[in-house]
Design a protein around this ligand. Structure first.
Ligand SMILES: [Zn+2]
Length: 453
């Protein structure tokens, strides 16, 4: 049920909350925060409530919304169909069988479901890695769904999910030129709530020569790019980061996803280039053969990673799950490979929250606008119940959130000062329609006979 009557707007003051600002200058304290005109207007121990709607923050934490730096959001209709899949199973189901069957409508409803679920889980910025560009209509629907959801998003234009052998497995095709149309006609404004980036295949899924051309296109359009690297056996075979470095193509506009099997020299090159990384710890932990989450290895080279979901076909769509998977993977690593893991930096719950917020904003190129509770930044923030049965007595807020947090504890979500979740329920008007359309989509896709690779 959506409750619309008492949703606050305008000037909002959250009173007496535990505020985990993620701003290095402000740290964590108990106090107030005022949102006005879509931005964080004031933050401090005790603020004047004149003209503001006051929200009680007692027994609650306030933090910047989470930033998911890599999600193939279009796969909403086939969520949780692939728990335990290895990559060949993922490829057979998603890329060879269902991807080619997707209609523009399927993309719309899948993307809308994924974006709304992200908001419900306190993710206020979503970097949508969209490799379902089967036609310009598919692209348009993906973008429209992000805009209709109300989330802050970077739409990362990928490639078609048809004719997979052309586009993947060292395919020679260069990035679709239709991205030029999207840049000029749909996402020209870099200050909008939904902006454009590129999801490139990089040297491990295409070739270094193709990557050079693709990067040239993205840089000509003035947009940031991501690539999947360190993907299981392909990491040491094709050395995605290393081959770009040797070609002089690295830069601080690049986000590298996974990095599980990227070698130490590559991580050093990544650090030196100012590029960023995305660890999809939950997905990496459950997909056999991809490699272990690189959190500690990245930290060893001075790279503070961002976090991502990857695909809801295989893992849950919330950041709590990812943060816990990162800790779990470190524990398993210490048990099985102590000679490797003893040498890697540890990380605390506070670090994990920083990776899931501020570092996500950095990796998305949006840290000037979001990722910390800093006066003047957009009011992208979430309120989490700390004294729920799951978290009381909440001795340390960061530890309680990381250790026992869940979307159900996310009580309020604001994006650019607008309330997207209130009293534990999303405010979006079309939830029932989304469910019906996604089920239709799911029924048709799952009826398709599996295609052999
Ligand atoms: Zn991915």
């Amino acid at each position: 049920m959506t409750m619309t009557s008492d949703i606050p707007g305008g000037r909002i003051l959250i009173r007496g909350a535990r505020i985990l600002t993620q701003d290095p200058k402000l740290g964590e304290f108990t106090g107030d925060i005022i949102v006005d005109g879509g931005v964080i207007a004031e933050i401090g121990p005790k603020l004047d409530d004149t003209g503001a709607t006051v929200i009680d923050g007692t027994d609650r934490a306030v933090l910047p919304g989470f930033v998911d730096t890599h999600r193939h959001t279009w796969q909403g209709a086939v969520r949780q169909t692939g728990i335990g899949w290895d990559f060949p199973s993922y490829r057979q189901h998603i890329q060879l069988t269902w991807g080619p069957e997707y209609t523009p409508d399927d993309v719309y409803w899948g993307n809308l479901l994924g974006a709304l679920n992200a908001l419900d889980a306190g993710i206020t910025t979503l970097r949508d890695e969209s490799h379902i560009q089967n036609s310009p209509a598919h692209t348009d629907q993906a973008i429209t769904a992000l805009q209709d959801s109300g989330i802050r998003a970077a739409f990362a234009y990928g490639w078609p999910s048809i004719d997979s052998n052309t586009w993947m497995l060292r395919g020679e095709a260069t990035h679709p030129e239709d991205i030029r149309r999207v840049r000029s006609d749909l996402l020209a404004d870099d200050n909008a709530l939904v902006t454009l980036q590129a999801m490139l295949r990089g040297p491990e899924l295409s070739t270094t020569e193709v990557s050079a051309k693709d990067l040239g296109l993205a840089r000509e359009l003035g947009i940031r790019s991501s690539m999947h690297v360190g993907n299981g056996v392909w990491g040491p075979m094709f050395r995605g980061i290393g081959s770009l470095g040797e070609a002089g193509l690295l830069g601080d506009d690049l986000l590298f996803i996974h990095c599980c099997t990227s070698d130490d020299d590559e991580l050093k090159m990544l650090a030196d280039s100012g590029g960023t990384a995305s660890v999809a710890a939950a997905l990496e932990a459950v997909m056999p053969g991809l490699g272990a989450p690189a959190t500690g290895r990245l930290l060893k080279f001075g790279i503070r990673p961002s976090f991502s979901i990857d695909t809801e076909a295989t893992v849950a769509g919330d950041m709590f799950n990812v943060m816990r998977a990162a800790i779990a993977a470190r524990g398993v690593g210490l048990s099985l490979l102590p000679e490797v893991y003893d040498d890697l930096p540890s990380f605390t719950p506070a670090d994990l929250l920083e990776f899931a917020t501020l570092q996500g904003a950095r990796a998305t190129g949006l840290d000037g606008r979001t990722g910390s509770l800093t006066v003047g930044k957009a009011a992208d923030l979430i309120v989490i119940r700390l004294h729920d049965l799951a978290t009381q007595p909440a001795t340390d807020a960061a530890a309680s959130i990381v250790g026992a947090g869940s979307p159900a504890l996310v009580e309020t979500v604001l994006v650019a000062g607008e309330v997207k979740k209130w009293k534990g329920a999303l405010t979006h008007p079309s939830l029932a329609t989304v469910r019906a359309r996604v089920e239709e989509s799911r029924d048709r896709l799952l009826a398709t006979p599996l295609v052999d690779g």
